[in-house]
Ligand binder design. Sequence first.
Ligand code: NAD
Length: 302
Amino acid sequence: MSAKLISGTEIREEILAEIDAEVKEIKAKHGVVPGLATILVGESPASISYVTLKIQTAHRLGFKEIQDNQSDDISTEDLLKLIDQYNNDDSIHGILVQLPLPDQIDEKKILNAIDPDKDVDGFHPVNVGRLMIGGSEVKFPPCTPAGIQEMIIRAGVETSGAEVVVVGRSNIVGKPIANMMFQKGEGANSTVTVVHTRTKDLAGHCKRADILIVAAGVPGLVKPEWIKPGACVIDVGVNRIGEKISEKTGKKIAILSGDVDFDAAKEIAGSITPVPGGVGPMTITMLMKNTLKSLKFKLGII
Ligand code: NAD
């Protein structure tokens, strides 16, 4: 393997240790800890496993964590009342509504009802606007793009003046990471191209990339010959391509693959993220970082 492996699992541990130290310091000085309320509607196994991981991480860091489970027949009005309750709870600094929501719920109305200063997912239009302005306006960068940028910084990849190509234009990954990479600042100042399903020459654009960020959700979309030798490749895709029996638990687990042909790409790239163990572990980590940040804003220490 010629490429340096950028391990999200290792970077997560570094960041969690930093958060842990800060939480202890703030608790000692100010007598408060970050508070995170997670609202889960229904019993989708994927949502439950994701929320469980969030709770475990919050507990490990000494956060106050409220897990609010609601049945899947809850109305939009009742969910709005719940959000209002957490918006007005001084011990809660971050509110997270696990998506997707059942069909009867007006998802947009729910997300827009969260106080932008407690919107640690960074999906509220106010926070999307703050991200677009950049610099000190940014409060809560969305967690997956923030994780990607943090990995690029900690891997020591030069971003200033770099050609960045982002594959995908979703609201949760493609658009925000493209926006973050061309801003002024650390881990940014890049020249960014966004490619998508209507792009004419996907391969040609990817071949120019010093940093290639792929978030399409199509296994093996990026071919090894599309990668510029020495490029940094960030594979955001998480695709279930089969099932296997876990050696640890003896239970059935999904076989995951990214959007890049990892085995071939690692022989060409300068650095690359694996799937699993790459971008995946960073999302919850950055959620914790945003929740801590929210408390620090409230205390006026940033
Ligand atoms: P999405 O489906 O909302 O968007 C995919 C984007 O990719 C679209 O803009 C589409 O235009 C583009 N695209 C799809 N097929 C393409 C093709 N053949 N050629 C060019 N462009 C193409 O998906 P998303 O929510 O942005 O997620 C993308 C992937 O990242 C998924 O696999 C998802 O599971 C994964 N993901 C991982 C994390 C994480 O690791 N924490 C977080 C979010 C998303």
